[in-house]
Design a protein around this ligand. Structure first.
Ligand code: KG4
Ligand code: ZN
Length: 356
């Protein structure tokens, strides 16, 4: 490998076909094709539709990424692909494409964890992550607090949602309010014109009795139900729904709990850096509240720009590039898609092998 390694990243775990190119830790291309519009009328992702869209978009997205970066396939030194977690059929498309490419180019292939990639993407913007950091990972399918000693080799869960993920709560509340799918962006937008103190919605798992067992866990199902009940009551009373106020009050409840627990987790493990990743990290209120409370607590906050928070190929290339830089062994050729991949498994070594 002459000069800085060129690492290609392929992401297909959900509804975004993403291809990223990272050269020596620098982002050169990040191209996305989304099937979100095809799922909108169902109010959620339809796995088969997502898989077929990945198949159609894989080669055009790959070509566009190479064009953007001014690189040819032959310039690629290593290939990284999301191995899991995610939708089985969707993951399979990316893994099959990456295997074909790695085999044809005779380059090493790294099957990486989507959740860790959401954290690793921040290194493209803010440089190496300090050795003792906390990550708040908030996406459509996951909400977790992680103790990150080393994003390529040592990630440990501190807590996670016991029911809905934060993004899922956004999507469900958007539906209740008649806003489109995915719900995060329209709720965020509607909230800008609302009063976050208009309605006091519950903060899940923050009562003193929850501190022992669920200190760093989340629950958003009760919040979603509370919003549904409130909206139903208004409708029963024949009152118009104040969409902006409901959105702002719901958003405040989500951001309040996420930030409070993240700051407490930093204190608990004596971390001075908090990184927030995943689609919900694009949320304006979460970003503002985290900045405010981290400043007050003396914690350094790192949040990637919104375009790198939602699913993309750059995040996969970023984690792959770190594995290459460390000289970690690539995945065995027979590694597969792993829909339930645990967050502690940062790289998929393949059946019967262990990494590092
Ligand atoms: O990480 P991501 O792109 O996909 C998964 O890995 O799940 O996250 C998607 C989730 C969706 O639930 C979407 O509604 C939410 O992220 N999201 C947001 C915002 N943008 C996307 N939630 C709140 N505010 C936003 N601005
Ligand atoms: Zn994601």
């Amino acid at each position: 490998m002459a000069g800085e390694p060129v690492v290609l990243g392929i992401e297909t775990s959900c509804d975004e076909t993403g291809v990223g190119l990272v050269v020596g830790g620098e982002l050169r291309a990040n191209v996305l094709a989304s099937s979100a519009a095809e799922h909108a009328r169902f109010g959620g992702i339809v796995p088969e539709v997502a898989s077929r869209a990945h198949l159609a978009e894989m080669l055009p997205t790959l070509s566009a990424a190479c064009r953007t970066a001014g690189l040819g396939l032959g310039d690629i030194d290593a290939v990284a692909v999301t191995s899991g977690p995610g939708l089985a059929g969707a993951l399979l498309v990316g893994v099959a494409a990456a295997k074909g490419l790695a085999l044809a180019l005779d380059r090493p292939l790294y099957g990486v964890n989507h959740l860790c990639a959401h954290v690793a993407v921040d290194t493209l913007v803010a440089g190496p992550l300090p050795a003792n950091s906390v990550a708040l990972l908030v996406s459509g399918g996951h909400s977790s607090l992680l103790h990150v000693s080393d994003i390529v080799t040592d990630v440990r869960p501190l807590g996670a949602t016991i029911d809905d993920a934060a993004g899922e709560a956004y999507d469900k509340v958007a539906r209740l309010l008649g806003l489109p799918f995915p719900g995060g962006p329209p709720v965020d937008e509607a909230a800008a014109a609302g009063d976050p103190g208009a309605i006091v919605f519950p903060r899940g798992l923050t009562a003193p009795k929850d501190q022992e067992q669920h200190r760093f866990d989340f629950s958003f199902s009760g919040l979603k139900t509370a919003v549904a009940r409130w909206v139903e009551q208004q409708r029963a009373d024949g009152t118009a729904i104040p969409v902006a106020d409901v959105a702002a009050s719901f958003q405040e409840a989500v951001a309040d709990v996420l930030v409070a627990k993240a700051v407490a987790a930093c204190r608990d493990v004596s971390a001075d850096t908090l990184v927030i990743g995943g689609g919900v990290a694009a949320n304006s209120r979460l970003r503002a509240l985290a900045a405010e409370r981290c400043r007050a607590a003396g914690i350094r906050l790192r949040v990637p720009p919104p375009g790198l928070c939602t699913d993309n190929g750059a995040m996969v290339a970023a984690l792959g590039a770190l594995a290459v830089e460390r000289g970690l062994p690539p995945s065995a050729g027979d590694f597969g898609a792993d829909p339930g991949m645990a967050v502690t498994e940062i790289l998929n070594p393949g059946p019967g092998r262990s990494v590092g």
